[in-house]
Design a protein around this ligand. Sequence first.
Ligand SMILES: Nc1ncnc2c1ncn2[C@@H]1O[C@H](COP(=O)(O)OP(=O)(O)OP(=O)(O)O)[C@@H](O)[C@H]1O
Ligand SMILES: [Mg+2]
Length: 188
Amino acid sequence: MHFSPVGLNALAAEVVDAQRPLALAQGLVLEFRPAEAEPVAWGDPDGLRMVLINLVRNSIQYTPAGGRVEVATGEVEREGRRWATVTVADTGIGIPKDELPYIFDRFFRGERPRQMQIPGTGLGLSIVKEIVDRHGGRVTVESEAGKGTRFTVWLPAAEEGTRTTDDGPLTTDDGRWTTDHGPRTTDH
Ligand SMILES: Nc1ncnc2c1ncn2[C@@H]1O[C@H](COP(=O)(O)OP(=O)(O)OP(=O)(O)O)[C@@H](O)[C@H]1O
Ligand SMILES: [Mg+2]
């Protein structure tokens, strides 16, 4: 993986545009709500693109016609650090509580998707988690069976200085952290 500052509005817009034909074909509204000030993650653009594609395609796949899928970006302070976030929310079939602990496991597929004969391998979310872990990030999920699902990806925000200057990478090429991304202390 190659880390650099990644503007999440641009990346999410690109993924949403690419997936819109699929959403329309499924009778869904796919909307993007970008944060006013573009959140910038410290990440690998190809990896993060794959994360978003997987989440958006899941929402499209597991939302019946007439529903909606909403992608949004944000930047928040939590646990003393700044995070750039992307949420993917849908009004789909939801995930039963007893399945939630397993959805990130390799090859896990829900009972409903199997009953509905929606094709899949059960690898998508395990790849999402693997990539986000390598960013030092988190993926959280809120879901209610029959109502919908919201995934949030939390990524370490790029330090201000890295967004406009070329100070070199803060990580080694294999993606391991070499510096501590603690809270910024100058700015608040
Ligand atoms: N947006 C969603 N709404 C409802 N269920 C979901 C959603 N996203 C994931 N799931 C549940 O989590 C399971 C695992 O998802 P994952 O993406 O890993 O595999 P998959 O979609 O079944 O197959 P694929 O490997 O093709 O992505 C799904 O089978 C489904 O039960
Ligand atoms: Mg999937």
